[in-house]
Write a protein that binds this ligand. Sequence first.
Ligand code: UD1
Ligand code: CA
Length: 461
Amino acid sequence: MNAEVNTSTVTALILAAGAGTRMKSDKPKVVHKVLDVPMIQLVITAAEEAGCERILTIVGHKQEQVRAVVPDTVECVHQPDQKGTADAVVVAADALKGSTGYLLVMCGDMPLLRPETLRQLIDVCRNRSMAVLTAQVDNPSGYGRIVRDETGSIAAIVEDKDASPAELAINEVNTGIYCFALEGLFERLEKIDSDNAQGEYYLTDMVKVCRAEGEAVIGLQLTEAEEAHGVNSRVQLAQAGQFLQKRINEKWMEKGVSIVSSEMTWISPDCELEHDVEVLPNTTIAKGSTVKRGSVIGPNTRMYQATIGEDCAVEESIVHGSRMGDRCTIGPYSYIRPEVDLGNDVRVGPSVEVKKSKIGDGSKIPHLSYIGDATLGEKVNVGAGTITCNYDGTKKSHTTIEDGAFIGSSTMLVAPLTVGQNSVTAAGSTIGEDVPEESLALARARQINKDGWVKKKKEGR
Ligand code: UD1
Ligand code: CA
């Protein structure tokens, strides 16, 4: 091997051109989600965390849908016909022209690989042409079998469909993850033919090519075979979710998070929890949410793109695209919709919907209300059943409620509107005009009592 090779550069190549027929889906396999993250994104993250400096993805079947879920930093290369895994690498030749170092080849349908494992494989490949990640499995059917020579290096990888009975009995399988030295790689790939049971260009035949050059191929065996779990069907997709769920929940428990029921808690890999957070059953924390220390989330709660401060309680509620400060309490049965910004010590009680609003410190919306397109100052109290009437059928209008204001129960606040500092609206009012500060606004029909009306009616008078 050329010692001049820049060993610090590793490029990842993710194979994702296949259709994934067994998923029986209109979507390409790699866009299916595991814990709310597209499978291919999990593979990309593992490559990034393993230190790969550049990431390429081979796309083919329904490529637009794959391109749509991969980040801009990942380059997509189109493979027009899926002629086999070796062909999939060959189509990246132009994109990799002039690149040095190593190429880590991964499959887009293996979402459980750990970055540490990938780093180990790269290390094993240092100053070699090829290293293969292998796994010992109970049921090897469908996988390429690893045939080792007397020295322990890999003599061949034999596909299921090409294997002899003796080879079929081998339990060590090819995971489909490899590291190659980029130097000379494409010249070697040219030597691979499609003379096999499937008539495909097999990347696994690189073993033969390397050995013909007198190079030993090293196999790195996984200690935890689950990492190589591949997703080919919906059943395997669900299994991947369960493996990842357990792995993530155990990670947070080790960091001081209490999770009452791991089976009933779904935390996406892109979320952050601090110590002393408690997660109660049937709770989903997804899409980059953050929960700060001491907060209790759940039961029966879902949050997406949410930032929860310290010592909050979010019970039986949905929080989506919003943030809150410290010591807030939400729910039960509340819906915090996008662009809501709650200060500290805010109470949003049962059956309250809040949308695109800023709520100041210490304010309370304790029961059954709709607050949308509003700015509430500090220590505002919103009575039960209050509604910001923000939409006239054409446009949305804003409501401002200044510090210390008290909104009586069942107030209709017809926006645009400002309720001044420390003012009070009478219960049952429909407020359509600004209320000056320190004032009472009363806007409801005067009550009339008709003495004896019921009695007279009964007597037919
Ligand atoms: C491959 C390996 C097998 C290994 C198994 C592990 C070969 C010949 N065999 O078999 O030894 O045990 O993976 O899962 O490599 N792909 C493309 N373009 C192609 C062909 C495939 O992008 O032309 C992609 C697929 O989308 C998939 C991956 O490569 O992500 C693997 O291809 P697949 O056809 O599933 O290979 P296997 O038969 O499973
Ligand atoms: Ca496969």
